[in-house]
Design a protein around this ligand. Structure first.
Ligand code: CO8
Length: 259
């Protein structure tokens, strides 16, 4: 990672922090950024010292979408052959550890889709969410037409996708696009604290919950319930689960071995 890298990577105890850093372009997502983001996520996932990951942007923009300047002259063959900037898009889902988006300012287009791909979205009061691709005669193609309806329902999703309607943080909270709203000045601190709390839990249990909740999006209820039950049974093979339950009964803090 160099000084002109489009992301900054830090650790805060057991939390990995990735800050999108293309300030001149409001963190517009290009190939270089998506490649480095994917690599940083995989590195944190492989690091036993890390239990949860936070992705954030600047005060003004989480990310203003895909880089329009980069895309403007691409052809169908360019995007097909190079697999476009969507190539790392499923990495967040593939990462076993929980990923939190800490969003201030604009989360537009691909930036909104990036937040949607995260497991938890903490929004500052200033956060603004929109899928304005229709204004470019484009389409929200990094999960926007798929994840958004699942997150907030068809009526609200169609409105956002077809009219480019922008939601403020409170609306996004009401509709279920975000997990919680916090004052701007507290966004990073609260997001890191949330990630640290999550990182203190048993990683195999966290991973099982993340997989199960994601399964709820992707399968019929009967299959999801079956998946969840298998995941629950799997917990009884875990020393952490026995430790957690015994610690409760003994009225002491659990000492999880697999974090
Ligand atoms: N791409 C490239 N550059 C951008 C982008 C962008 N998405 N957004 C902002 N910038 C640049 C501007 O061109 C400007 O550059 P310069 O200073 O050189 O002129 C700089 O950032 C600052 O922007 P503004 O002057 O426009 O700042 P404002 O505060 O006036 O407005 C807005 C902020 C409202 C966010 C405005 O910049 C805007 O509307 N941006 C475009 C938002 C947009 O249309 N996003 C959707 C892009 S398409 C997309 O995301 C496709 C998704 C499908 C694939 C996803 C894979 C990742």
């Amino acid at each position: 990672m160099t000084d002109d890298s489009p992301i900054r990577v830090e650790t805060h105890g057991r939390v990995g922090l990735i800050t999108l850093h293309r300030p001149q372009q409001l963190n517009a997502l290009n190939d270089a950024l998506m490649d480095e983001l994917g690599a940083a996520l995989l590195a944190f996932d492989a690091d036993p010292g890390i239990g949860a990951i936070v992705i954030t942007g600047s005060d003004k923009a989480f990310a203003a979408g895909a880089d329009i300047e980069a895309m403007a002259d691409w052809t169908f063959m360019d995007v097909t052959q190079d697999n476009f900037i969507t190539r790392n898009w499923e990495t967040i889902r593939a990462v076993r550890k929980p990923v939190i988006a800490a969003v201030a300012g604009y989360a537009m287009g691909g930036g909104c889709e990036l937040a949607l791909a995260c497991d938890i979205v903490v929004a500052a009061e200033s956060a603004r969410f929109a899928l304005p691709e229709i204004k470019l005669a484009m389409l929200p193609g990094a999960g926007g037409t798929q994840r958004l309806p699942r997150a907030i329902g068809k009526a609200k999703a169609m409105d956002m996708c077809l009219s480019a309607r922008m939601l403020d943080a409170q609306e996004a909270d009401r509709y279920g696009l975000v997990s919680r709203v916090v004052p701007d000045a507290e966004l990073l601190e609260r997001s890191l604290a949330l990630a640290a709390q999550i990182a203190s839990f048993s990683l195999p249990a966290l991973a099982a919950i993340k997989e199960s909740v994601n399964r709820a999006w992707e399968s019929p209820l009967t299959e999801g319930i079956l998946f969840e039950r298998r995941a629950l049974y799997g917990r009884f093979a875990s020393s952490d689960a026995h430790e957690g339950m015994h610690a409760f009964l003994d009225k002491r803090r659990p000492d999880f071995q697999h974090r």
